[in-house]
Write a new protein. Structure first.
Length: 136
């Protein structure tokens, strides 16, 4: 069995690149800087189901992503979470929050319709990721 990204993540996100373990996705909602790491492992729903090596790699990738986000985007707080009530496939959200954002301090889920990125905005973010050596 091969890794396959959950259809909902495919529908809601933009593929940015691959880390050693995880795919990096951009949630297609320009209201927030919102990225998702998805470990490319089959039938994994929880972090504890990953091997110890993969758990450590996921945290390294999360830290790399968080540092890059802090350099590239303006936010007051970075929320990181592995939910899974809707999408069971293990995925780790990284959402930059501002005290002035439209849903502060409430969660971002289901609060408003997503505001999709323009093609130029997506290209800029991809260039930032490349320039930031995110996948080196």
């Amino acid at each position: 069995m091969m890794f396959q990204l959950d259809q909902r993540l495919q529908d809601d996100c933009i593929f940015i690149g691959n880390f050693e373990l995880s795919q990096l996705l951009l949630m297609n909602d320009s209201t927030y800087p919102w990225f998702i790491l998805v470990p490319q492992r089959v039938q994994i729903e929880e972090i504890y189901q990953l091997s110890e090596t993969d758990q450590q790699q996921l945290w390294r990738e999360s830290t790399t992503l968080a540092r890059w986000m802090a350099q590239e985007f303006r936010f007051d707080k970075l929320n990181i979470g592995a939910l899974g009530n809707v999408v069971r496939q293990l995925h780790l959200h990284h959402v930059g929050r501002c005290t002035t954002d439209p849903t502060w301090p409430a969660p971002v889920w289901g609060q408003h319709p997503p505001k999709p990125y323009a093609a130029t905005e997506i290209k800029t973010i991809m260039c930032q990721a490349d320039a930031g050596l995110l996948f080196s």
